[in-house]
Structures are given as C-alpha cells and as structure tokens.
Design a binder for this molecule. Structure first.
Ligand code: NAD
Length: 503
C-alpha cells in the first residue's frame, strides 16, 4: 500500500467525484502520484474517509430510482454519446495514462480502444436485456422473465489499466440501470476523474457515477457498506481473495479478479520467428505490467535453443523510454518500489539456480525504468517462477514433452491466460480441451476476449462465479424476476396515428 506523505504545495490535487462534482477530501491523508518516466511526484490524491465513502454511496442511492427508470432507448442513446466522446478524446486520456502509469502512448491508446469495445457492447443494452416470454403457460396465464438492476454497485480497480478496467465495470453496471461508486488505484487516479467529467457531459445524471479516491480505508468502507449490493474487483490475488471473502460475508454479490502467471507453450513444430515475436511482445509490452502478459515461456524439446536465440536477438531492439516519445516501445514501471521489487527477481535468479541470459537492470535516467530481462532454466519452487513478477522479466522453462508442459500450467495456482504455439491442430485442440485456464490463445499470446465474450481466469485468478464484461457482466449486474400473469380484462387503449416511437 502506498504510504501517505506530506507533499509540496504546487502539486496537482486530485479529489473525489461525488454527486456530479469534485469534492475535496477532508481526511488530511493523501497519496503521491508520480510521473514514472521522470521519477518525479506530480500530484497528490485524497484518501477518503468512511464518511466520504458513505456520501458517495448516498449520492448513488438517491440517483438510483430515476436512473433505473430511464428507458432502454434513452440509456442506449447516452451510451452512444459516451462512445463518441471517449472516441474523440482518446488521445487526451491516453496522455493522462502515460503520464501517471508510464505505458507508451500507443499502448495507452490500445487500452482506451479495448475499453471502448465494452462501451460499444453496452450501446446494445436494449437487446442485451431482452428476456423470455411463455404465452399460455396455463390457460389464460402467461409467464415471463425480466432482469432488473441491483441498485448501488461498486468497483475497485488496479493501477495497470486505469481507464479500461473501470470501463469493464461501470459501463455494463450503468447500462443495466445501476448506480456506481468507483475506487480506482491510488497510483494513477486521474483517468477516473476524467471519466466522471466525461460521463456528466454525455448526459449521465449526477450521482449515477461517483469516484472515491483512497486506500484500504476506502475499500473497507465499500465492503462494509450495507447499501452496496455488488462489488467488482480487479487486482492482485491476496487482495482479491480478501475482497471476495469480506464482500460475500457482508451479503454482497462479488466478482474478484486476481493475479496471474501466464505460460506460453512452444511446441517443436512452431514457427520460431512468430513465437519469438509473440513472446517478446507479450512479455515486455506495457513493461510486463499486464495481467495477461506472458511471463513464462515453456519450450518443448528441441525448439528451446532456436527460440531462446530468436528472443535474445529481439530484446536489444526494444526501445525503452519515456512513453510520450513516439519512438518508445516500452515505458517505465509504475513506482520506484515496484521497479526495485521486479529487479530483485533478476538479482536473485542465479542464486536460485536459474541462468540470467539478459539482465535489464542497467536502465539509465531518473525514471523507474528497467530494460527487458530474460532468465533461462526457471523452475517451480524458485521465486522467479512461483511469484507473479509483474514486470519486464521473461522466464524460460525447458521440458521434454507436451504433457510436461501442460502439467506445468495445470499445476500452477493461477489460471488467467495461457497460449500454445504450434502448427499441429490436433495438439492445439487437445490443449484447449485440457488446459486449466480461463482464457486460451492458439498462436495468440494475449487472448483478451472481445467485448461480446467475457473476461476471467480460473483458480486463484478469479474469486466468484461470474467473469467480467460481456454476457456474464450483464448477468452480474442484474437479477432475475419471473412474472406469472393473468389479464381478465383487455388493456386500455387510445387512437394515435403517429409513427410509433420509443418512449
Ligand atoms: P492491488 O491488489 O495492489 O490493488 C488493487 C486495488 O486494491 C487498488 O484499488 C488498491 O487501492 C486496493 N488495495 C490494495 N491493497 C489493499 C488492501 N490491503 N486492502 C484493501 N484494498 C487494497 O493491485 P495492483 O498492484 O494495483 O494491480 C496489479 C495486480 O492486478 C496484478 O496482480 C495483476 O495481475 C492484477 N490484475 C488482474 C487482472 C485480471 O483481470 N485478472 C487485470 C489487471 C490487473
């Protein structure tokens, strides 16, 4: 958890967003926000009190009855407006992401684009909420199902996708008619404030979307608040487990997505250049700070030597630098503490019995940079294998057979994403059939599902029974009701010769 600090007066102040306006925090507790490329603090963010979280929940509660009554046609219209505004301003938010997270601008734009896909999916909310109807289930009796919003729901999000992961939550939640309280990462909070202003401009009524900045105090206030009906969480596994256990003990619906250790299996028949391109892109993109990053290559049989040679050849060509420089392909890590933690895995690898083939710890400058590292002979039982490193460090494990490779993936406590590289359709199908992970790539290293499927891992990568966004997201943010009805009298009617319109 980020330590609270005393900050110089000139720093930008980042406040909460409650009831449609910026609200300065009163706790006196704040956290630092850095420009990781410069290694310099640029802002400080308020840390909410329990009372401030309650104020946000009360604003959301007050806004709920009117918002849930807004017709599907009007909600879709607002979502189309949100879509247009985010699309128009994607450069603006991408710059915010780069300046606080560090990822390069092209990657930040990619994040916004993938988030936009979820917003676009939500533009179809009238279709998504269509239900079933059984006429004459009994004589003169019809039965039908409807899905209704839950009420006030909350999202708690990680630092690594400060715009997209909140979009995974607030977009379906609002489209379904809920009101929302977001607790973003305190490391890069500005994108959430930007989102709040944009949603107001798009016509989302005050109180429907609220943001409380903060740390564990705010999270615990969310988890304990009796008016919050559901919590979506994305972050590390220990906190995901804690959030899931606490939220469900308090009677809330919860989906808590955790960490990952994503293996990429390369079979002997794979195209080595394609596999090496994929491994380098998926391991070092966003400096490895992606829950779907490939952190472990499993080389089967004789592919190991040529594959490692091809990866090594590519690493020096990765351009590391300030994310705002269009030439940069990989930016810094989010904080100095995180950079130092990631570097410690490279430092300790040899002592653990692994072989450091490329050591990326010699990055110059004041920023929180590391260059790509590559470690061979990484095995279960080593910290570099067992931990989620969450940085630009790629491990290689050599195995003799496909069965050994799959066993590694299936024995791993995480089960977020995995990929296989092969030209053998039968092997790929067998892999898809037996691998224990929620998202599987076949010659695709980062298989993040498109917005009309749902995203989620297995095992310690997800607590709860609903994946996020897509159809399961709609399910998560609604509850079912079944109506059994009999109408002995005809409904009242009136003459209207106008062309029928949505109301
Ligand atoms: P994190 O778990 O440290 O923080 C996530 C959120 O929890 C933040 O809002 C933070 O303020 C809050 N938090 C942190 N410590 C807390 C505590 N003790 N009690 C209550 N709340 C607490 O995660 P992070 O470092 O921001 O993000 C990186 C992690 O997120 C990685 O493990 C990554 O794999 C994971 N992640 C997973 C997915 C996924 O879809 N499975 C997606 C993105 C990131």
């Amino acid at each position: 958890m980020t330590e609270t600090i005393e900050a110089p007066a000139a720093l930008k102040q980042i406040h909460h967003w409650i009831g449609g306006r910026s609200v300065a925090g009163t706790s006196g507790r704040r956290g630092p926000v850095f420009n990781p490329a410069a290694g310099r603090q640029t802002a400080e963010v308020d840390f909410a009190t329990v009372e401030e979280v309650d104020a946000a929940v009360q604003a959301a509660k007050q806004a709920f009855p009117a918002w849930r009554a807004v017709s599907l046609a009007r909600r879709a219209e607002i979502f189309f407006r949100i879509r247009e505004l985010v699309h128009e301003r994607r450069e603006e938010v991408a710059r915010i992401l780069t300046s606080e997270h560090g990822k390069v601008l092209s990657d930040a734009l990619g994040e916004v684009t993938r988030g936009l896909e979820v917003i676009e999916f939500c533009c179809g909310i009238p279709t998504l909420l269509k239900s079933e109807y059984s006429e004459q289930a009994s004589t003169g009796i019809d039965v039908y199902s409807i899905r209704q919003p839950l009420g006030v729901v909350a999202g708690i999000t990680p630092f690594n996708f400060p715009a997209m992961v909140p979009m995974w939550m607030w977009a379906p939640a609002l489209a379904c008619g809920n009101t929302f309280v977001l607790k973003p990462s305190e490391k890069d909070p500005s994108a959430s404030f930007w989102t709040a202003e944009l949603l107001r401009e798009a016509g989302v009524p005050d109180g429907v979307f609220n943001v409380v900045m903060g740390d564990k105090v705010a999270v615990d206030a969310v988890l304990g608040h009796p008016e919050i009906k559901a919590v979506s969480f994305v972050g590390s596994t220990p906190i995901a487990r804690y959030v899931y256990e606490t939220a469900t003990a308090n009677g809330k619906r919860c989906q808590a997505l955790g960490g990952a250790k994503n293996h990429m299996i390369v079979l002997p028949d794979a195209d080595v250049d394609m596999a090496a391109d994929a491994a380098v892109s998926a391991a070092y993109g966003s400096a490895g700070e992606r829950c779907m990053a490939i952190s472990q290559v499993v080389a089967v049989g004789e592919v190991a030597e040529p594959l490692i040679a091809a990866i090594k050849e590519r690493i020096p060509k990765v351009k590391v630098g300030d994310g705002l420089d269009p030439a940069s392909e990989m930016g810094p890590l989010v904080t100095k503490e995180h950079r130092d933690r990631v570097a410690s895995y490279v430092e300790n690898a040899a002592a653990e019995g692994a072989t450091v083939l490329v050591d990326g710890r010699d990055a110059p400058g004041e920023g929180f940079f590391l260059k790509p590292s590559l470690i061979d002979d990484v095995k279960p039982g080593m910290r570099a294998y067992d931990d989620e490193i969450f940085g630009p460090v790629l491990g290689v494990t050599r195995v003799a057979t496909y069965d050994e490779a799959v066993r590694l993936v299936n024995d791993n406590p995480y089960g977020n994403g995995t990929a296989i590289f092969t030209r053998d359709g039968g092997a790929a199908r067998q892999f898809q059939f037996e691998v224990q992970a929620g998202m599987v790539g076949i010659n695709v290293p980062i298989p993040v599902p498109v917005a009309y499927y749902s995203f989620g891992g297995w095992k310690a990568s997800l607590f709860g029974d609903r994946h996020i966004y897509g159809p399961e997201g709609i399910d998560f943010y609604t509850r079912g009701k079944v109506v059994t009805s009999r109408w002995p009298d005809p409904a009242t009617s009136s003459v209207d010769l106008g062309f029928p319109q949505t109301r």
